[in-house]
Design a protein around this ligand. Sequence first.
Ligand code: ATP
Ligand code: MG
Length: 199
Amino acid sequence: MGGTFDPIHHGHLVAASEVQAWFDLDEVLFVPTGDPWQKADREVTTAEHRYLMTVIATAANPRFNVSRVDIDRQGRTYTIDTLRDLRHEMPDADLYFITGADALAEIFTWRDADDLFELAQFVGCTRPGYTMDDATLASIPSDRVTIVEIPALAISSTDCRRRKERGEPVWYLVPDGVVQYIAKHDLYPGPHTVAEPPL
Ligand code: ATP
Ligand code: MG
């Protein structure tokens, strides 16, 4: 499951859990992006912080693990590189690339889009308020892409960051350990930031 995870939240975790169960996957590997070029419009938190929050959030689930392939690779993250690296690490695995339907819609802006479908099945998670347009749906090879509906969870990392910047709580939107990690490292500070009260 690729993502910026800035920060990881329960929407990601529910999506991963649903897709794991749906396809009976042995493992879900969370892959935080390196320098995410799709988000060139804003400053993204250091990869190491995003990686550690992802580790904390997934630690309790024996089927969830975190990969450093994207953050250890120099330069921008392209999904084709992610999949090639994972294929190299796990030559016998059937790979499913899980992402949001919004990201999937941009698949043809990705580098080497045709090769992507050779390397993995794609799973697009639909989130509340998102409908995929017919042109996009028609343009993706249906035997390589599955759309999975995730129970309504209108959580986004953007909303979590804004809440922190406004001094509002993010308890229960992100795992407890991630709330504490954000507070400890003062991520997403804003003019109204107040310390999270202890649970
Ligand atoms: P941002 O608001 O910064 O874009 P995000 O919440 O979309 O962050 P990403 O790290 O971009 O988080 O997420 C990785 C993938 O997970 C994306 O493709 C996104 O569509 C999907 N995703 C994010 N939130 C949810 C959710 N609540 N339910 C299902 N999928 C989600
Ligand atoms: Mg997003």
